[in-house]
Write a protein that binds this ligand. Structure first.
Ligand code: URA
Length: 194
């Protein structure tokens, strides 16, 4: 099912909408595809929609979304103008449980093609689930944050500079990690201005 003949977001969204291979589609209310500016230099990837996102059809609109907006604003950017946001999974796992590895694997061709179509300069992975899925690493977010990685895939002309940062929902629960996240965001800002 690798959707590599799909070359635009509209067709990718249609393809995902028609896909009936995931149980999650049957329990979710809405498909949560993406938000922001598709021509952005920065693409952010979260874990999966939560309650608010499932109701509205847009990623990061609940409490974690408000926090994410603050983080984006902190480096002088705006959600609508300067970033594009999506999730590893396009459907909400029931009760907001963690996505399973098999759910991630099943939907992986979609996020892979999503990244290829946006083709950003910088990829920011929000939290451990997105980081583990995209960087395919045994290490957790604590070890993977704080430095640059490269993400590459079949349909990309060149690798994308990638940064893993703490998930905004985690920062709401553990504000002690804000300083490290601020340092990570500053590195993103520096790279953008190069
Ligand atoms: N958490 C996520 O990872 N994604 C969302 O869209 C909302 C909350």
């Amino acid at each position: 099912i690798y959707p590599d003949k799909i070359n635009n977001l509209k067709d990718l969204e249609k393809k995902i909408n028609k896909f009936n291979g995931s149980e999650l589609k049957t329990t979710a209310t809405k498909l949560v595809f993406g938000d922001g500016n598709p021509n952005s230099k920065i693409m952010l990837i979260g874990e999966a929609p939560g309650y608010e996102e499932d109701k509205s059809g847009f990623p990061f609109v609940g409490a974690a979304g408000k926090k994410l907006d603050q983080m984006i604003n902190a480096i002088g950017l705006s959600r609508k103008k300067n970033v594009y946001i999506t999730n590893i999974l396009p459907w909400r796992p029931p009760g907001n449980r963690r996505p399973t590895n098999s759910e991630i694997l099943l939907c992986f061709p979609f996020i892979q093609r999503h990244i290829e179509i946006i083709n950003p300069e910088i990829l920011i992975l929000l939290g451990g689930t997105a980081t583990k899925a995209i960087l395919i690493s045994d290490d957790g977010i604590m070890r993977l944050r704080g430095r640059w990685h490269e993400y590459n895939s079949y349909g990309l002309a060149s690798p994308i500079a990638t940064r893993a940062i703490f998930h905004p929902a985690f920062l709401l629960r553990s504000p002690g990690y804000k300083r490290q996240t601020w340092n990570d965001l500053k590195e993103v800002k520096i790279k953008l201005s190069k």
